[in-house]
Design a binder for this molecule. Sequence first.
Ligand code: ZN
Length: 146
Amino acid sequence: MLKKIEHIGIAVKDLEASNKLFEALFGKEHYKIETVESEGVRTSFFELGESKIELLEAIDDDSPIAKFVEKRGEGIHHIAYDVEDIKAEVRRLKDEGFDILNETPKRGADNKWVVFLHPKSTNGVLVELCQEMDETEGKLVSPENS
Ligand code: ZN
């Protein structure tokens, strides 16, 4: 079961400019900037009550964000849902016939294990499942190895 919208990911061209824009919109500052080298992105997070907004800027031309912005322009890139047991959800959604992009959870931004579903199986919206990493033991106990 997907528990709630954890965050909405928005692809932007210029993270600094967009940080200013969203700070003005939300009336509050982002709480972190984090680069995820493996995904080719620099991200910035804003907390709004129970949900977050993640801004994503490409750090190289091969980044999926660079390709997205080139094809579709800036805008909503994905919706991320909070899950309790990401591996169980992958099995369940696979059984339901969804196209899972990475069955093995990978490290995402903001201390999360993440799995993506192909937008072609979800009405054109890229879906991210995310499970909070256990702060104390998460670095050792990863869903990759369990
Ligand atoms: Zn995300």
